[in-house]
Design a protein. Structure first.
Length: 149
């Protein structure tokens, strides 16, 4: 190649490895900083979810990551199962957490574990069909380029 990248180590998608390392370092630094800042809020949210209704504090959903790897996306549980309606019903705390998107804060743990990155395509749900079931070519992100512009 004429741009001098022919002999540099690359990751699986052609980007120089040092860019991948720098991006991962930025993801870890951001996750640690954001977790430190939001930890008191997350602790209160977890306590509120636990007090309001029985069941787990976190909702765990299977999603497809880069190259088709399956990972578990974490969010605060904002619904409970209604046997009468045979469907999930939003809880009062859940509605309160969803408005400012506090329910999405546990996704920072996915960022810390390397399953997601700060900027990238949305994670694809494992179940279901349609365009969101396509295996992503890049690591799923918390935010996309479109939301930054």
């Amino acid at each position: 190649m004429l741009d001098g990248t022919a002999n540099r180590p690359h990751d699986g998608h052609g980007a120089p490895r040092r860019r991948s390392v720098a991006r991962r370092a930025a993801d870890i630094a951001a996750a640690i900083a954001l977790l430190a800042i939001t930890f008191p809020l997350m602790a209160l949210a977890a306590l509120a979810v636990r007090i309001e209704s029985p069941g787990p504090v976190f909702l765990r959903e299977a999603h497809l990551g880069e190259g088709g790897r399956v990972f578990t996306l974490l969010t605060f549980r904002c619904v409970r199962w209604s046997s009468a309606l045979e469907q999930p019903v939003p809880t009062q705390v859940g509605r309160l957490l969803q408005r400012p998107r506090i329910d999405q804060l546990p996704v920072l743990f996915n960022l810390l574990r390397g399953e997601m990155t700060l900027i990238g395509p949305p994670p694809a749900r494992l179940s279901g069909s349609g365009p969101r079931a396509v295996v992503p070519a890049a690591t799923p992100g918390l935010s996309g380029w479109a939301s930054l512009s």
